[in-house]
Design a protein. Structure first.
Length: 375
């Protein structure tokens, strides 16, 4: 009798410890972190931007993480085959924690974010900014002026008016659009670098950094990798931006591809890049359908209407923050203005894919030298 009870107590203790260990393992495991080991991955998991590393020597380790409504990925390259990914995994987790922090403070969809607080208070009084957000909105101000207002993170009221936030398209009348445009325009945002504040001069204004925050997050991750001495890696933010750091052994750089806007199985452009960012914008990313017609999410903030001239636009620039914003701006600016912009900014290149009703399209390469690969 006592012997049987003693066995039961011991078995109960064993099973309790076993389940405790399983629970502890789950709690201590990195959240949202996955790794893929592949000696020559042919493509990333994104649908618009890809890089081809077939035939490379060495080994690649890819880590993915969901954030900012997309999938961020870091691909590490090492010349030493068989290198255990432990250090890469810890570094990737630190990078993804950094991205989560940026999203937590800069997302307009987070009720407790810094951007949400600004959108509620900045029309009443100047709001003090964190150092990195001040840096970002100051960059926005420069890009807004350089693109003559084509890139404008205050277009939120227009997106709401047309039904993008509700995902239920509405065709507004011109009078309503004109009323909404009165609270759109980054020139109505006052920034004081000395006081580190931002102030809205019109009621109803909102900041939405969705067109630049992913690129900014990519840049912060690249800076982190460099601090740890990483010389060769690729950091991408889903279909938004990719920064390629260094080059795999024996290569001139990383092969970056742009998907065909009408046939996802094909590519419309590809280029070899090193130590630069490649950002793409396209009509197929977000849209609403009104009376059988699709309207894309990229607006001309000066007219209040969605832009329809291009199927895809690419900006290649020294930073992902800039290229992310410019890929949207180029969509709005039109061919001639993009050409003029690259003349004034020789470190920026563009690939433009005009919209086609037939589905046939050809990329236009801007500011590429004859030595660089293009059709």
């Amino acid at each position: 009798m006592f012997y049987r009870k003693d066995i039961q107590r011991k078995l109960k203790a064993i099973f309790s410890n076993f389940f405790f260990l399983i629970l502890l393992f789950i709690l201590l495991s990195p959240v949202g972190l996955s790794v893929e080991k592949n000696e020559s991955p042919s493509r990333s998991a994104v649908s618009t931007v890809e890089y081809d590393t077939n035939g490379d020597q060495g080994e690649y380790f890819r880590f993915e993480h969901g954030a900012m409504a997309t999938t961020f990925a870091i691909t590490f390259y090492t010349e030493n085959k068989g290198t255990p990914p432990d250090d890469f995994g810890r570094l990737a987790q630190e990078a993804f924690d950094l991205i989560d922090d940026i999203e937590g403070r800069m997302s307009r969809y987070r009720p407790d974010s810094e951007i949400t607080f600004i959108n509620h208070r900045a029309v009443q009084e100047p709001v003090r900014l964190s150092a990195d957000l001040l840096e970002l909105v100051t960059t926005v101000q420069v890009i807004y002026k350089d693109t003559q207002g084509a890139f404008d993170p205050t277009v939120g009221p227009l997106l709401k008016l047309w039904g993008f936030y509700q995902k239920d398209g509405i065709l507004p009348d011109r009078h309503t659009i004109e009323e909404t445009l009165a609270c759109v325009g980054f020139d109505k945002v006052q920034i004081s670098p000395k006081e580190r504040t931002v102030f809205f001069t019109r009621e109803g204004m909102q900041l939405d950094l969705g067109g630049i925050a992913k690129g900014y997050a990519v840049d912060q991750v690249v800076a982190l990798l460099r601090r740890y001495g990483i010389k060769t890696a690729a950091v991408d933010a889903g279909t938004s931006s990719i920064f390629v750091l260094g080059a795999p052994m024996g290569k001139m750089g990383w092969r970056v591809r742009l998907r065909h806007p009408y046939d996802p199985a094909r590519f419309v452009a590809e280029v070899t890049l090193k130590d630069v960012s490649f950002s793409a914008s396209g009509l197929g990313e977000r849209y609403v359908e009104i009376d059988g017609k699709r309207y894309g999410h990229i607006f001309d903030p000066r007219t209040g209407f969605p832009v329809e001239g291009f199927a895809s636009t690419v900006a290649i620039a020294p930073s992902a923050t800039v290229s992310d914003a410019l890929s949207t701006a180029f969509f709005v600016m039109g061919m001639e203005n993009v050409i003029q912009y690259t003349r004034n900014h020789p470190d920026v290149r563009a690939i433009l894919v005009p919209r086609s009703d037939s589905g046939d399209c050809e990329a236009v390469w801007i500011n590429f030298s004859k030595s660089e690969d293009q059709p």
